[in-house]
Design a protein around this ligand. Structure first.
Ligand code: BGC
Length: 410
C-alpha cells in the first residue's frame, strides 16, 4: 500500500515542500498587473479610494463602527486613538439561514441606532469583508458573497447607501477588512519608518491589501480569488460543493472556512481506499462536518475523533499537510505583495505586514507565524534582498481601521 504522502500526491496534492514558490510569485504579480490594467485576471485589484494615512491627528473623535466579517457582526464606538466602547457581537445575518435585504439591513441599522448617542462625529465606519467595488465617496457595491453568506438580494447593491436610506441619512465609509487592517497598522505604527504597508487577513476567509506605489492608493486585491494554483482532487470536490464554485480558489486552500472540510474529504477518501481498520473506517465514514478548529485539534493531538489508536497516527499524516500547505501558500501570497509594494526595499525601511484572523493566530498544529516568517526570510530577504517586517498584532484592527476611514473620509 502507498504511504499517505504518495496517496495525496496521486490525487494531485502538492505538498508544502513541493510548491514552486518562485513560479507562483511570478504568476501572482502578473495577475496583479493584469487586474490593475483592467485585463482578464483572477484578481479584482479594487481601488479603495483611500491613501495610506500620513500624520493626521483627529484625537478625541469617535465614530460608530460596524464590522461584518465572517460569521460575526460586531458593533462598537471607536475613537481615533483606538479606544473601543459599547462593543457587542452577534451573528452575521445570512449565516444560519437565507435573509431578505430588509432583514439584513435591519440588524445593521439597529446597531447604528444603539451606538449613535455615544459617538461624536455623526460618521459610520463599516468594515465589510466581502468583494465589493468601492465608489469615490467610499460606498461599496457587493460583487458576490463569499464565506457562504445567504442574502442574495444584497448582491449588486451599494450597501452603505442602502443602510443610510434606512437610517434617514448620514455619512458612511465602507472599507474591506484588509484595507482597515492596513489603516490600523499605519495609524498605530508610531515613529518607526516603513516603506509601505500590507494588510493581510487569514481567518474564515483570506485576502490582502497593499499600497500601490504608482497609483498612491490602497488596493484591495481580493487575493483569495487567485487561481493559478495546483489543485488536488480534494480541492475540486470541496469547490464543487461550495456556495461559489469556481471562485476563491486560493482562499479555499488556506482559510478557516475550508481547511476542516478539505481534511474531511481526504480522510473519507483514505478510508474508502482501505487505509484504516474496519472500525476506524466506519468512524470516519460516519463523521459529520469537521470544522477547521476540530481538524487542528485532531492534528495537534488534543482530539482523537474517536479513532482507534492504530488509525490515529496514520490519519494525522493524511491531514496535517492541509495546514502545512496553507501556511506555505499564505507566505507565497505575502511575498508577492511585498515585492509588488516596492522592490529593492532596504532593511532600515521594510514593508510592514499587519495580520489579522483566527486561522493565522489560533492554529496550533502548524505554527503559521513561524512558517510564514521562515518562508519570507528565504523568498524575500535571502533570495531577493527585499525587506519586510510582520508587525505586532493590532487588536481589533478591522474596527480601528474602519473608524480611521470614517473619521478621515467624507
Ligand atoms: C473576502 C474578502 C475579505 C476576506 C477576509 C474574503 O472571503 O472576499 O473581501 O477581505 O475574505 O475576510
Amino acid at each position: 500500500m502507498k504511504t499517505p504522502e504518495e496517496f495525496l500526491e496521486e490525487n494531485g496534492w502538492t505538498s508544502a515542500a513541493k510548491i514552486d514558490r518562485s513560479r507562483l510569485i511570478a504568476h501572482f504579480i502578473a495577475e496583479m498587473d493584469a487586474g490593475l490594467a483592467g485585463r482578464e485576471s483572477s484578481l479584482a485589484m479594487i481601488n479603495s479610494h483611500l491613501a495610506a494615512p500620513g500624520r493626521e491627528n483627529y484625537a478625541g473623535k469617535k465614530a460608530v463602527v460596524l464590522d461584518a466579517g465572517g460569521t460575526n457582526l460586531r458593533g462598537a464606538v471607536v475613537s481615533w486613538d483606538g479606544a473601543i466602547e459599547a462593543r457587542r457581537n452577534q451573528s452575521m445575518p445570512g449565516v444560519a439561514r437565507e435573509v431578505s435585504a430588509e432583514e439584513f439591513y435591519k440588524v445593521f441599522a439597529g446597531e447604528v441606532e444603539r451606538l449613535k448617542p455615544l459617538a461624536n462625529t455623526g460618521k459610520i465606519g463599516w468594515c465589510f469583508s466581502y468583494p465589493a467595488k468601492v465608489t469615490e465617496n467610499l460606498d461599496a457595491q457587493l460583487i458576490a458573497w463569499t464565506k457562504n453568506i445567504k442574502a442574495p438580494e444584497i448582491v449588486g447593491q451599494h450597501v452603505g447607501a442602502e443602510l443610510l436610506k434606512r437610517l434617514g441619512g448620514g455619512a458612511i465609509a465602507v472599507v474591506n477588512d484588509t484595507v482597515a487592517t492596513l489603516l490600523a497598522a499605519k495609524a498605530t505604527a508610531g515613529e518607526k519608518e516603513y516603506s509601505s504597508f500590507i494588510g493581510f487577513i487569514l481567518g474564515t476567509g483570506s485576502n490582502t491589501a497593499y499600497v500601490d506605489q504608482d497609483l498612491g492608493v490602497i488596493i484591495n486585491a481580493e487575493a483569495g480569488a487567485f487561481d493559478k494554483l495546483p489543485q488536488s482532487k480534494f480541492d475540486e470536490i470541496l469547490d464543487a460543493r461550495s456556495g461559489n464554485p469556481g471562485r476563491q480558489r486560493l482562499e479555499k486552500m488556506i482559510a478557516g472556512a475550508y481547511l476542516g472540510p478539505i481534511g474531511h474529504e481526504i480522510l473519507k477518501a483514505a478510508a474508502k481506499a482501505g487505509y484504516f481498520s474496519r472500525r476506524g473506517g466506519s468512524v470516519i465514514t460516519g463523521l459529520g462536518n469537521i470544522s477547521t478548529k476540530e481538524l487542528d485539534d485532531f492534528c495537534d493531538g488534543v482530539a482523537d475523533l474517536n479513532l482507534p489508536a492504530d488509525d490515529l497516527r496514520l490519519a494525522r499524516r493524511f491531514v496535517l499537510p492541509v495546514f502545512e500547505r496553507a501556511a506555505t501558500l499564505a507566505a507565497v501570497e505575502l511575498a508577492a505583495f511585498v515585492i509588488k509594494s516596492g522592490e529593492g526595499v532596504q532593511a532600515d525601511e521594510p514593508v510592514a505586514i499587519c495580520i489579522d484572523g483566527s486561522t493565522y493566530y489560533k492554529t496550533r498544529s502548524v505554527d503559521f507565524a513561524a512558517t510564514i516568517k521562515h518562508e519570507l526570510d528565504d523568498m524575500l530577504v535571502r533570495r531577493r534582498n527585499v525587506h519586510y517586517e510582520i508587525v505586532a498584532k493590532v487588536e481589533d484592527a478591522p474596527l480601528i481601521g474602519a473608524a480611521v476611514a470614517a473619521i478621515m473620509g467624507n
